[in-house]
Design a binder for this molecule. Structure first.
Ligand code: SF4
Length: 347
C-alpha cells in the first residue's frame, strides 16, 4: 500500500478493497469509486476513496477520524479507464470534462498523475480537472501536474490562518502555509487554479473575503472562474461541527453577490461557466421498487452495508449487518438516481 494512505486505526477494522477487472465489480453504481454520469458532458472519475484529513464539516465522513467508514477502495487504473471509455462512448457533445473528484482526496491514489495523462489522451476528453484540499501537495508538485496534462485544480483553502485552517481540517499536521505556497506556484503554471473554500457559518465567515483577495492577488482562474465558494451543508452521514447551522441559500447567494460587486469577480457560478452541457446518459438497469437478486462482492463503505452486483451495476445494500461476502440476497431498490443504486434486503 502506498505510504500516502493514512488510515483510521482506532478499531483496526477498516478494510482496503482493490478493484480490478478480475473482481467482477462494475464501476457504475456507487459514489464511493468508479465513474459517475449525471447526464452531462462532465464525467466524474473516482479512483480511490481515502483521505488523510478529517475536516470537521466533511460531507462524506472521510479520513482517519471517520466513525462510519468500514472500507476504502482502490481501483485498478486500466479497469477505471475501460469504464470511462464506456461512458464517454455514449456521449454526443464531443468535448467532455473528466473530473477526478472522490469521496476523499484524489491524491491518495498512487497513480493519480498517470490517470490524468491517460484521461487527457482520450480523444473525447477536452478537459481534465480535479479537486483537493492539497494536504499531499506542495510547490514541488506543480511541474508533475503540468506534465500530467491536468487542466484545472479546484483547491479548497478554508482559512489562510494556520490555526483556524488546522481546526477546520480536523488534522494537527495540516499546514496551510504549504498549500498557500503551492497555490501561488500553481497560479503561475499551465494548470488553471480555482480556489474553492467551504464556508462554515460562524467559523470562517471573516476568512472568506481574505481568501477572495488572495485568489485575485495570485492570479487564480485564467481559463475558468478563480473562485468557487462552497456552502456548508448538513449530510446524514457527514460530520457536523457542533453549534453550526447551514446558511439559507438566499443568504448565501446574497453574500456572494455583495462580494461580486465589491471585488468585481464572478462568484455565483453555473455549469455554463465551465462549458458543461446536458448530454446523453448511461441507461439505468434497475427501477426504484424493483426486487433484484444481488451477489454480495465486498464490504460497503459504511458500517452495516455491503456491495452487491446485479445487471452490470454495483448496488449498495443497507441494513446488511451479518450478510457474508459471496451471499446471494434478494433486495428492493430504494434509489437509482444518476445510476447510483441503494437497496435494502427483502424480508
Ligand atoms: S472535506 Fe475533503 S479533504 Fe476534508 S476530510 Fe472530507 S474528503 Fe477529506
Amino acid at each position: 500500500m502506498n505510504g500516502k494512505f493514512l488510515l483510521r486505526d482506532a478499531a483496526g477494522d477498516l478494510q482496503i478493497v482493490r478493484i480490478s477487472d478480475r473482481s467482477g465489480i462494475p464501476l457504475i453504481g456507487t459514489v464511493a469509486f468508479g465513474v459517475i454520469d449525471r447526464g452531462t458532458s462532465l464525467i466524474q472519475v473516482r479512483p480511490s476513496s481515502s483521505c488523510s484529513m478529517s475536516c470537521i464539516f466533511c460531507s462524506t465522513d472521510a479520513g482517519p477520524r471517520s466513525r462510519t467508514r468500514a472500507a476504502e477502495y482502490l481501483v485498478d487504473l486500466d479497469y477505471l479507464l475501460e469504464w470511462y471509455d464506456l461512458v464517454a462512448s455514449i456521449k454526443v457533445s464531443g468535448r467532455l470534462e473528466a473530473h477526478v473528484d472522490t469521496v476523499g482526496d484524489p491524491f491518495t491514489y498512487p497513480r493519480i498523475y498517470e490517470l490524468f495523462r491517460e484521461l487527457k489522451n482520450k480523444k473525447e476528453t477536452a478537459v481534465v480537472s480535479t479537486q483537493t484540499h492539497g494536504i499531499l501537495l506542495g510547490p514541488g508538485d506543480v511541474e508533475r501536474l503540468e506534465e500530467s496534462g491536468v487542466d484545472r485544480v479546484n483547491l479548497s483553502i478554508d482559512s489562510l490562518n494556520p490555526a483556524k485552517a488546522r481546526l477546520l481540517a480536523g488534522t494537527s499536521s495540516y499546514d496551510v502555509s504549504r498549500v498557500i505556497e503551492f497555490a501561488k506556484v500553481l497560479a503561475n503554471s499551465e494548470v488553471d487554479l480555482l480556489i474553492a473554500p467551504v464556508w462554515v457559518p460562524g467559523v470562517n465567515d471573516k476568512d472568506i473575503p481574505k481568501i477572495i483577495e488572495f485568489a485575485l492577488d495570485i492570479g487564480a482562474g485564467k481559463r475558468w472562474p478563480p473562485l468557487g465558494i462552497q456552502k456548508y451543508e448538513e449530510h446524514r452521514h457527514g460530520r457536523r461541527p457542533p453549534g453550526v447551522r447551514p446558511m439559507r441559500w438566499r443568504d448565501f447567494y446574497r453574500a456572494l453577490r455583495r462580494w461580486e460587486e465589491k471585488y468585481g469577480v464572478k462568484l455565483v457560478l453555473e455549469p455554463g461557466d465551465f462549458g458543461i452541457k446536458k448530454d446523453r446518459e448511461v441507461p439505468k438497469t434497475m427501477e426504484v421498487g424493483e426486487k433484484v437478486l444481488v451477489r454480495v462482492v465486498a464490504p460497503g463503505w459504511r458500517r452495516g452495508e455491503v456491495l452487491g452486483v446485479a445487471r452490470d451495476r454495483v448496488v449498495t445494500v443497507v441494513s446488511a449487518l451479518g450478510i457474508p461476502i459471496g451471499a446471494e440476497v434478494r433486495v428492493r431498490i430504494l434509489r437509482n438516481k444518476d445510476n447510483v443504486y441503494l437497496a435494502r434486503p427483502e424480508p
